[in-house]
Design a binder for this molecule. Structure first.
Ligand code: CP
Length: 331
């Protein structure tokens, strides 16, 4: 494997193989599998889980890693093509990425959406540029429109919870004081569709996912025998749901317009997931969230601290699934 950028680049069989390997590595550790290998990790945006789990996973497989956080102890890296570099950035990724890649056997990069142009972010303009600059195996640690590591961990979590493949999976918009990127909702709707689930995207008006994201998920659903629909009717969406996956994201109607998005979300603070949301869901319905989550803003304490929440399991699963990716890439 030379690239882990999008689950859509893999067949269902290849995803199931990675999940099987994750399971095997958990029960039968291979502490020398990646001896002598080096993983480079470049974080253009903050992280807790992704940073720690990749470093831990590489160490558990016998390899080592280095972390670069551009602008924090290292040169700030310019990402705009054809930039006239009179600002804070001392170096361009056109030099920075190939140089970093030359020091390691695989490179992981986190580079969030620019958040200004929906078209540019949907086209993954920045990550495509990074892809073209990196001659070593490359891992997407969250790009403008994707978070495949989180999606793979979430698939494993659904399997662990024995959530049937055809169960109802509700990806629900949740409140946040400001617009957040579309990477996780886009990756999640595709993952659940690829797993074959009955996927419902629940969101207020103005927060529909881009058509390109929905069409990609519908295609995956057709191939897997599932379905993907969307609604703003919470009661209908949650009726019979086995999973509510809460996620905050920005308005696609006002993408890049911070003030318009703020006005739109001003009246939406009741989109904080609470127990009453689950009245018509299955009694054992689960609550998922990729974390970090703002308590009592996006999800209430009572849910996060109760039996429905599997958010920590999702985070724990980042480690074994990423170890499987590293193993397939470098062993
Ligand atoms: N879910 C996730 O990617 O967490 P971090 O942003 O902390 O890495």
């Amino acid at each position: 494997m030379r690239r882990f950028i999008d689950l859509a680049d893999f067949s269902r069989e290849q995803i199931l193989d990675l999940l099987e390997l994750a399971q095997a590595l958990q029960h039968h550790p291979e502490p020398r599998a990646l001896a002598g290998k080096v993983l480079g990790l470049a974080f253009f945006n903050p992280s807790l889980r992704t940073l720690a789990s990749f470093q831990a996973g590489m160490a558990r497989l016998g390899g080592s890693s280095f972390v670069i956080t551009p602008g924090q102890g290292t040169w700030l890296l310019e990402t705009q093509p054809n930039a006239i570099m009179k600002g804070a950035a001392a170096e361009h990724i056109r030099e920075g990425i190939p140089v970093l890649a030359s020091y390691c056997d695989a490179l992981g990069v986190r580079a969030f959406a620019d958040g200004k142009s929906l078209e540019s972010d949907l086209n993954e303009s920045l990550f495509r540029m990074i892809d073209g600059l990196c001659e070593k195996p490359l891992i997407n640690m969250e790009s403008a429109m994707n978070h495949p590591c989180q999606a793979l961990a979430d698939w494993r979590t659904l399997d662990e919870m024995k959530i049937p493949t055809r169960a109802k999976f509700v990806l629900s918009w949740a409140y946040h004081p400001k617009a957040l990127p579309l990477a996780v909702p886009a990756a999640t709707v595709h993952m659940a569709a690829m797993r074959g689930m009955e996927v419902v995207v629940l969101r207020p008006e103005g927060y529909a996912l881009p058509e390109q994201v929905m069409e990609k998920a519908r295609l995956a659903a057709r191939e897997a025998g599932g379905s993907v629909t969307e609604t703003s009717d919470r009661a209908a969406a949650l009726n019979g749901a086995s999973v509510v996956y809460a996620k905050e994201w920005g308005s696609t109607a006002y993408y890049g317009d911070v003030e318009a998005d703020s006005r739109l979300r001003a009246d939406l603070s009741d989109w904080c997931v609470r127990e009453r949301w689950f009245e018509r869901a299955r009694p054992d319905a689960k609550l998922m969230h990729c974390l970090p989550v703002r308590r009592n803003v996006a999800v209430a304490d009572g849910i996060l601290d109760g039996p429905r929440a599997v958010v920590k399991q999702e985070a724990f699963n980042r480690l074994p699934v990423q170890m499987a990716v590293l193993h397939r890439m470098l062993a």
